[in-house]
Design a protein around this ligand. Structure first.
Ligand code: NAI
Ligand code: MG
Length: 362
């Protein structure tokens, strides 16, 4: 059967970088033994302009029924003055919520050609390849009770609640263990079981799931504050890190900056497997719509192209094709071909489209 892909370019540089991804998909369609059914639709400001809302029910319905969704970026100054509930970002939030994408995957991969660009010593980041799995739909960002209240003495109090259930912990941990099997076979689970009840439960449930179903994967537990230190001290000790929403937000941002520019960072958000064996999945670059460079041909398409590679690997089970895309990125960088955001002394600075040309050539 054909592989179905819903492409949502969005706003700003979204359509520019997605244009290069479409070229890669077309190339694969012609040159590799895979066929894609690609549908394109509107999200974010682009959808507001046409439909008055940042994502329509019909688009959400499509997203629910494809093998993978690939999103560019949403937002921009044109829509900044709308109410929060009507903003472009709500389109993305609704997709994540309706598809119940509870596992956010953020790789931190060091490309050899960009080692010198790291703020850390080359020997610390050279060869680095970490995957952070962040729980995305639970924890302190959503827990009840929450709110700001005024106390009888006139003081105000802000409240958020960290809550996790066993099933929330187990499903995201399962994603991490399954990923580890396809990589270095090691999982580090991070929480603060020393001071938090939810952390105690997290540690117990991850250990239980491991002992029941993933005994072949090496599991260790680490306090999240220690993990923050270890990430800059010796990041290569990690393979897969699994952690909650809050710690994952911080640790994934920290890890991403070990290696490079915003223009290089892909991500995936995964949900449950349905009756047909298909896991709900949305792939997108970490960066936003970059209104400051939109329309200038300066956008780096690599983050979005690497997001496609993640889709090939995790939704389509096409590891060889994913490797091919990632190898092309490595070769192009090694030749010194760079968009402006990752330029280095002696490199050749190219446009978004020329980067697409160079990647296709490889
Ligand atoms: P941003 O990621 O769009 O840009 C930050 C800086 O990085 C800018 O200087 C930009 O030019 C540069 N940059 C980003 N991606 C790049 C690329 N591929 N190539 C070269 N340079 C790149 O974040 P910012 O400026 O905070 O937000 C701009 C808009 O994007 C806002 O409306 C924001 O809400 C939205 N946004 C959307 C996200 C999404 O769709 N997932 C995520 C983050 C922001
Ligand atoms: Mg963050």
């Amino acid at each position: 059967a054909n592989k179905s892909l819903l492409v949502l370019p969005g706003d700003g540089i979204g359509p520019e970088v997605m244009g290069q991804v479409r070229r890669v998909v077309d190339w694969m369609d012609k040159r590799r033994a895979v066929s894609f059914d690609v549908t394109e639709d509107l999200v974010g400001g682009a959808a507001i302009d046409v439909h008055g809302i940042p994502v329509t029910d019909a688009t959400v319905e499509k997203a629910m029924n494809v093998d993978a969704v690939l999103l560019g970026a949403v937002g921009g100054p044109k829509w900044d003055n709308l109410d929060f509930s009507k903003k472009p970002e709500r389109g993305l939030l609704r997709l994540r919520k309706d598809l119940q994408l509870y596992a956010n995957l953020r790789p931190a991969l060091c490309f050899e050609a960009l080692v010198e660009a790291s703020t850390l010593k080359p020997e610390i980041v050279s060869g680095l390849d970490i995957m952070i799995v962040r729980e995305l739909t639970g924890g302190v960002y959503f827990g009840e009770p929450r709110g700001i209240e005024t106390l009888p003495n006139g003081e105000r109090r802000g409240v958020n609640t960290q809550v996790y259930t066993t099933s929330e912990i187990r499903r995201v941990a399962a994603v991490a263990f399954e990923l580890a099997r396809k990589r270095g076979n090691r999982v580090t689970s991070c929480e603060k079981a020393n001071v938090m009840e939810s952390g105690v439960l997290w540690r117990e449930e991850v250990q239980k799931l491991h002992d029941e179903s993933f005994g072949d994967v090496e599991l260790s537990h680490m306090y999240a504050d220690n993990a923050a230190m270890q990430l800059v001290r010796n990041p290569k000790q990690f393979d897969v890190i699994v952690t909650d929403n809050l710690f994952g937000d911080i640790l994934s941002d920290e890890a991403s900056m070990l290696t490079g520019s915003l223009g290089m960072l892909p991500s995936a958000s995964l949900g449950d497997v349905d009756e047909t064996g298909r896991r709900k999945a949305l792939y997108e670059p970490v960066h936003g719509s970059a209104p400051d460079i939109a329309g200038s041909g300066k956008a780096n398409p690599i983050a979005t192209i690497l997001s496609l590679a993640m889709a090939l690997r995790y939704s389509f089970d096409l590891a060889d094709d994913a490797d091919l895309v990632e190898e092309a990125v490595k070769k192009v960088l090694a030749k010194g071909i760079r968009t402006a955001d990752i330029q280095a002394p002696g490199s050749t600075v190219v446009s978004t489209g020329q980067m697409g040309d160079a990647l296709l050539a490889e």
